[in-house]
Design a binder for this molecule. Sequence first.
Ligand code: NAD
Length: 258
Amino acid sequence: QRTAPIRTAVITGATSERGIGMTVADRYARDGWAVVILDLDGERAAQVAAEIGERHGVPHFGFAANVADEDAVAAAQAAVQAEVEAGRLPVVGGLANIAGITSPVPFLETDLALWNKVMAVNATGTYLVTKAFLPAMLEAGWGRIVNMSSVSAQRGGGVFGKVPYSAAKAAILGFTKALAREIASSGVTVNSVTPGAVDTNIRVGATAESEAKLAADIPLGRVASTEEIAAVFSFLSSEDAAYLQGTNIDINGASHLH
Ligand code: NAD
């Protein structure tokens, strides 16, 4: 663990109460990173970043960004860059692409709008935010990008999210590998994680019964905690993970072994 923050980590999708992103942001701050939170509601993003930053004594910044909107992402990147240039944030060295939405709608009941929305937030969002923040990392010759996929991409849904979600999360795996190969020796690593079910509010419409069944179907006997996901983001973003490039890490309680 570092004693002073030397770089900034940008985390998308980190304002949801009980969400993975908020726990990841807290973990980065605990590890010594300055934290930037990008989420739909800018005020809330700033508030959550401040709570986390003050808890761990690291610089913090929050800004509104719909990750699927190129102009919004550009504005957020410019705002972060201005903070860096003003000396209020260290240079950006970490990016966790976590913003995502799921959908349990069966295939024939989906429409193009739903498909486009799920693809836009998960896949296009990862593309746009990475494209915005990668140049500074390449310039610095050091960076850690961690992309949020899902076991759904590997085993064909089956947890909650169906076809559009599975397809979008699979796109993130391909994106991660191709970008990692392209910039392999740059000092910037790009990896992904594929969690199984995690204890958050993302499964909108889930019942106590469906959640109990979900847990019972996992060999470990329970869903993952957000802290258990954050620990892997922390490792993949550490100095120690320099030789992991284009790798994916499963975090699924033995629910999908392959
Ligand atoms: P969540 O719904 O609690 O949080 C999602 C966050 O993303 C929220 O802060 C939300 O405001 C933000 N967000 C949504 N759309 C956005 C947009 N267009 N632009 C910017 N921010 C946006 O979800 P969670 O359970 O914490 O999941 C986080 C990520 O982990 C998602 O990508 C999800 O697909 C993935 N994941 C979750 C699980 C699980 O079981 N919870 C399992 C595997 C993967």
